[in-house]
Ligand binder design. Structure first.
Ligand SMILES: [Zn+2]
Length: 337
């Protein structure tokens, strides 16, 4: 049995660990703002919401960032996919949930293979229903999402009515600013070839479906929750470089925003908080699996976008830093396991 005072202390340690602003992006300001709004630990609130998904429930997830679409839309970043895969795995193991992962068709193979390396076999929706019923297989459903504004709106409506999700989860998924432009951290127009998944998240918020979002820069889905702070504290938060006249901040909000110096770290911390609550170490994202996912992302051509090269650094942070954060998250919650 775990006690709630211990869980609170562990949540706070996880929160602080993953929000050390190693990348000097101003994430500590976003963290403080998000904490003040939440009134409690961010990773703790996210873990509570994820574990509140009903047994056998439906969760729609998204990650993926086309990185240099003007060269090729088949090139994606390695921040996002491994974290999303860790959360999907924890949800399947903890709640027997069906996880539907949305991304660009061009990035689907790489993200699918990352999820598979995390233990989830890619199947169709129909096959996932069979697997859920007899609990014989941990699965993931991959669906491509539209990359144009209008078709994105249409697909958002159709998905919400057809899937009736119990929760939406986004990590490291760029959202449009108040003028409808999608920006990189350097403030350039990043909209080309990019899935308009933010339309789905806006609609879900309107309809009262719980939304959890993870981000590290201010331009991701969920950051609308701390929009004023993105404007003040993040480079290009007030004025971008693309000439649209807005900043890079995403307008799409969420119910629980988890900030982190690297979005993957936020997901690792959430999985650790889920494991602590459930008293189940199977829900952890382990250093061993993180190493496997880093290798899988390299093998699938996902790039370290800071250095513009395919390698196992993520957001410019070297491989061992990601394995170390995963180890520290595991160590922090080991008292509850
Ligand atoms: Zn702009």
């Amino acid at each position: 049995m775990t006690n709630s005072a211990l869980i609170l202390r562990l949540d706070n340690r996880l929160d602080h660990l993953v929000n050390i602003d190693i990348g000097e992006r101003g994430v500590e300001h976003l963290f403080e703002a998000a904490r003040a709004l939440q009134g409690e630990s961010l990773v703790g609130a996210a873990a509570d919401a994820l574990l509140a998904v009903p047994e056998g429930g439906m969760v729609v997830m998204t990650t993926g960032s086309v990185s240099r679409a003007w060269i090729t839309p088949e090139l994606g970043e390695n921040d996002g996919p491994s974290g999303a895969a860790a959360i999907a795995r924890a949800l399947v193991l903890a709640r027997n949930a069906t996880c539907v992962m949305l991304c660009e068709e061009t990035l689907l193979p790489a993200i699918r293979n990352t999820c598979q390396a995390a233990g989830l076999f890619p199947v169709t929706l129909e096959q996932a229903t069979v697997a859920k019923t007899d609990k014989s297989l941990a699965t993931i459903v991959m669906l491509p999402f539209a990359t144009e504004d209008e078709s994105g709106q249409e697909q958002a409506k159709a998905l919400l009515s057809n899937l009736k999700p119990d929760l939406l989860f986004s990590t490291e998924r760029v959202g449009r600013n108040e003028l409808g432009v999608y920006h990189s951290m350097r403030g350039i127009d990043y909209g080309m070839g990019r899935a308009r998944v933010d339309a789905l998240f806006d609609l879900a918020m309107k309809r009262g479906v719980p939304v959890i979002a993870v981000g590290d820069g201010g331009n991701e889905i969920g950051m609308g929750r701390v929009a004023d702070h993105v404007k003040t504290h993040v480079p290009y938060g007030d004025v971008c470089q693309c000439g649209c006249g807005g900043g890079i901040g995403a307008v799409t909000g969420c119910d629980v925003l988890v900030t982190a110096a690297c979005s993957n770290w936020g997901c690792t911390a959430i999985a650790a908080a889920m494991a602590a609550r459930a008293g189940d170490e199977k829900l952890l994202h382990t250093p061993e699996r993180e190493a496997l996912l880093l290798d899988t992302m390299v093998a699938n051509g996902l790039i370290n976008s800071t250095h513009g090269i395919v390698d196992d650094s993520v957001d410019g942070f070297p491989r061992q830093s990601h394995i170390a954060v995963t180890e520290l998250c595991r160590t922090i919650v080991s008292r509850a396991l």
